[in-house]
Design a protein around this ligand. Sequence first.
Ligand SMILES: Cc1cc2nc3c(=O)[nH]c(=O)nc-3n(C[C@H](O)[C@H](O)[C@H](O)COP(=O)(O)OP(=O)(O)OC[C@H]3O[C@@H](n4cnc5c(N)ncnc54)[C@H](O)[C@@H]3O)c2cc1C
Length: 446
Amino acid sequence: MEGSERIGGRVYTHRFGTAHDAPYAELGAMRIPSSHELTMRYVKKLGLESALRPFRTILSDDNNYVTTGKGFVRVKDAAAPLLADLHGLLPAARRASYKEHTLLFGAWLTALVRAVAPAELRDNLASELTTLLPLADDTDLTPYVHGVRADRLHLGPVFRDHPGLRAGCSPRLCGFLDDLLLETDTDLMCLSGGMSRIVDRLAERLRAPVLMGHEVVTLHAERDRAGVELRVGGRELTRAFSAVLCTLPFSVLRGMALTGIDDDKREVISSVEYGAATKVALHCRDAFWEADGTRGGASATGGRARQTYYPPCEGDPAKGATLLGSYAIAEDADLLGRFPAQVRHAAAVEELSLLYPQLKEPGAVLDAASIAWAGNRWSNGCTSRRWRWGRDAGRCADEMRRAARPQGRLFFAGEHCSATPAWINGAIESALTAVTEIDEALKGAR
Ligand SMILES: Cc1cc2nc3c(=O)[nH]c(=O)nc-3n(C[C@H](O)[C@H](O)[C@H](O)COP(=O)(O)OP(=O)(O)OC[C@H]3O[C@@H](n4cnc5c(N)ncnc54)[C@H](O)[C@@H]3O)c2cc1C
């Protein structure tokens, strides 16, 4: 039962046109870490393995741009201005005492946090560095230095190989590092043709069709059955089942009337935090950034737009190309999300035109599409990721167990009920667990 008129939820490939090779943009999930074994397993199961392509992430291309005190600078030339920016953040007495590689570590970490993290973490960076850099100074960073000028640093492996470095981070930054390092990993994949292909293939395999436009408005948990009240085309319907699996985000569920739910479950449903995210995709007449030397990856454009991705141009160039002009989270997304779509699109174009004046040429932007996940009534937020930032592993495991715990014959799944919240992998993981539990419960009843 799907409340909206589209299947896929937060996996959402928007297509600019109906042709099979129309340019598209990922307004929801866009990359699959190779380590996400369940997502990869389903990609293979659904016959999509040959569509897997490397996903080039933020600042991964030498020609991507990063915002520095000197303005936009290519990644390949960014080390010197980033080091100069870092100097400005550190007390003069301290900066002279750090080793060269420690400063490089600080400069690239600052660039990444500024590119991807919420404003709160960006603003706190100077104090984070005061405790983090002395620890980095005691670490041999030589094996992680790379680039023709030996002025780049592989941050993911540094943190993986030296877990003690995290001791220098605040709990908030520490929690965010997992996502930051995963999102900027070199081992990410995407799907040629769009992530929604996973959803479409899965739907084809279902024994019964997904019932679209079936909005769940109330759930009743009972010992040996579960009831669902629905709104379908303005009519109210009530259904009872021997078991129900609820995958609604808790941000939606907490607005509903629920019966048969115990106090602990109500508490966890109401307390899981959801972050905001916005994406603005621009359908451009041509991939002008390629003429400029950029063949993929993403720029840290900063401002309100935050991150700008250059998806691969797969189809007929005559149909144009997609630029994911803006990907923002947290406070920045709250702001962009408040704008009506047209204003949001214009704001993204205006800001990006400082870097790409071509966007202002007549006919350069053919169309735009965007989403503000916090204002989307079917998810009321981006993902549940914020609830675990700053919490230890034991507490996260406990919250996951509480979120997934069934109530009578009402079972729960979704990214928020998993050990990998905020990722597709988590949604699959929790669904597989819940299905086993349902099987057991129904077997026991027979
Ligand atoms: C901007 C963004 C970027 C992301 N990037 C990545 C990424 O790169 N890689 C990755 O792995 N993950 C990513 N994710 C996370 C990933 O998309 C989610 O973790 C995953 O899709 C969640 O699946 P789910 O089934 O838990 O929830 P959803 O996909 O949200 O499914 C819930 C479904 O319930 C429906 N629904 C809601 N309310 C009702 C109602 N009242 N009645 C009936 N139906 C209802 C919704 O329409 C939706 O179809 C991203 C998410 C966002 C928003």
